[in-house]
Design a binder for this molecule. Structure first.
Ligand SMILES: Cc1cc2nc3c(=O)[nH]c(=O)nc-3n(C[C@H](O)[C@H](O)[C@H](O)COP(=O)(O)OP(=O)(O)OC[C@H]3O[C@@H](n4cnc5c(N)ncnc54)[C@H](O)[C@@H]3O)c2cc1C
Length: 301
């Protein structure tokens, strides 16, 4: 029985692991990867101490810090979290069970899918979820970006610098900051298709055509080699749904000390109902959660 299981190896989970180690807690970190969304982030300019650093570089710094302590890391996917009758926790990775007195859920978010034909088949073969990461692969090619928020508009602006043509497909009005909308307006090479929805992605080995439809149902076929889906992120909270309350966005509801309301269960970072999703905030949450779990165990003794 561990003192603590941390689920997720992004900035929240890795910070929690360092704080738990410094409190000499017997902590197990279970994660699908180390780094989380920072894996897809090319430029970070707002993590204090580094005026400019790439995502992979910052992951390296975090990992080095975590492994300075005797780290107990299992690379696996958590499929279910449950509180046992005695108040301790059962964490399943498929058939394998891990037990702990406290749990921190720090499982972050993943890109939202379009849900149209061809999306799954062409993922990695023309369909992408991170223009910042994969944009350079489309130099001289025609691409489409789907979405109307900051990330979609920024993706279109970035891609315009390398692609031969960029279509920006948005269902309705833009939901981006005015400064980003203005920048888009003055960027050459972007054709905006507002009031269009995605219908399907087609091609051979790789993407060749993207079919979109206007509000009146009229379809348009775009000859593109890449489709970037930038329509937001969904929380990785499914495995915890039976153990604690989720809000309307399927985020884990927490108070300002990362407590879920279930004694011994804490959540940190992007997976939570906390309003702002940033590396420094996730890291701060991870620290708070580990200290809260430590205090909880002290009080129980
Ligand atoms: C393209 C992009 C650019 C960004 N740029 C910036 C920036 O410049 N500055 C900034 O501050 N923020 C930026 N962000 C936001 C920032 O990356 C996130 O706020 C931050 O990574 C959240 O950290 P987290 O630890 O809560 O979750 P995540 O980073 O999402 O990490 C979650 C971890 O949980 C693991 N996991 C998920 N489900 C399971 C499961 N079932 N079992 C086991 N492990 C699981 C994942 O593998 C991952 O390791 C950016 C995000 C994106 C997508």
């Amino acid at each position: 029985m561990h003192d603590l299981i941390i689920i997720g190896g992004g900035p929240a989970g890795m910070t929690a692991a360092v704080y738990a180690a410094r409190k000499l807690m017997d902590a197990l970190l279970i994660t699908s990867d180390l780094g989380g969304q920072m894996i897809w982030t090319r430029e970070i300019e707002n993590y204090l101490g580094y005026q400019y650093i790439t995502g992979p570089e910052l992951i390296g710094k975090f990992e080095e810090h975590v492994k300075k302590y005797p780290a107990n890391i299992v690379y696996d996917e958590v499929t279910k979290l449950e509180q046992a009758a005695d108040g301790t926790f059962r964490v399943w990775c498929g058939a394998r069970e891990h037990r702990a007195k406290t749990v921190i859920v720090a499982s972050g978010k993943r890109p939202r899918r379009l849900g149209v034909p061809g999306e799954v088949e062409y993922t990695g073969r023309g369909v992408g979820y991170c223009a910042t990461c994969d944009g350079p692969l489309y130099a001289g090619k025609a691409v489409a970006v789907v979405g109307g928020g900051n990330s979609a508009l920024q993706a279109a602006i970035e891609l315009a610098a390398v692609a031969s043509k960029v279509y920006l497909v948005a269902r309705g009005e833009f939901r981006a900051d005015p400064v980003v909308v203005e920048k888009l307006r003055t960027t050459a090479g972007v054709e905006v298709l507002q009031g269009y929805v995605a219908r399907g992605i087609y091609g051979g080995e790789t993407v060749e055509r993207f079919v979109v439809a206007a509000r009146d149902g009229a379809e348009r076929e775009l000859a593109v080699q890449g489709v970037f889906v930038e329509i937001g992120l969904d929380p990785n909270s499914e495995f915890a749904a039976g153990a604690t309350a989720l809000n309307a966005y399927r985020e884990i509801a927490v108070d300002c000390r990362t407590a879920t309301g279930v004694p011994g269960l804490f959540a940190a970072g992007d997976v939570t109902s906390g309003p702002d999703k940033q590396i420094i905030i996730a890291a701060g949450d991870g620290a708070k959660a580990a200290l809260a779990a430590y205090e909880y165990l002290l009080r129980k003794q």
